[in-house]
Write a protein that binds this ligand. Sequence first.
Ligand SMILES: [Zn+2]
Length: 255
Amino acid sequence: MILTDTHTHLYSDSFDEDRDSVIKKAIEQGVSRFFIPAIDSTYAQAMYELEASFPDNVHLMMGLHPTSVKDNYKQELSFVASELQRRSFVAIGEIGIDLYWDKSTLGIQQEAFQYQIQLAKKYKLPINIHCREAFDEVFEVLELERAMDLRGIFHCFSGTEQQALQAIDLQMKLGIGGVVTFKNGKIDQFLDKISMEHIVLETDSPYLAPVPYRGKRNESAYIVNVAEKVAEIYTVSIEEVAKTTTANSRAVFGI
Ligand SMILES: [Zn+2]
């Protein structure tokens, strides 16, 4: 069984004490493919070190996270552009709009999001979308940039069935993580109506740990708990979930 964590911040300083053992523990449980979203230039060194330690398992994305779109965003975007020119990445992410933390930056968040989608098109890469309290705003930019070759993942999908269908129509897969195990998470109520070919699994570790670890530090190994819940929702085996969602992740990232 091969499970794929399509969104994990393993370079986070929350793992500074035990990063190697956390990763080895995940690999032992069959979680052997880690897709690593960027945040901003201050994390780049830690990401490259992580990749050097686990070159067969770690796949890096490049991008500017919406909550890091601040006064210096132009400088940060040119860092993204120059890194993309310098070396290869598997996706542009995480990018998008976050109106939970700061509504005042909406204008520059939209601009940064659209610009990075254009970079994704230029380099023929998928995108990894962060959307928090901003579905309408995110869909607006995606519709503007809609194209045959634009594809990606709606990371930590937390919307309604209607929004799920809209995302799928834009050639996006739904990133399903710990929230699906929460009592008030809501997506478990309609997920079985969405074909499993449209979903991928993720942890977003160190955040959003699934039940029974809710509130604790999340780890990639806990994706097993997410997969178990997804298997229960679709009434299939966990092996089937692993097989389908890993194949879906290959379709997105080409690796
Ligand atoms: Zn993230």
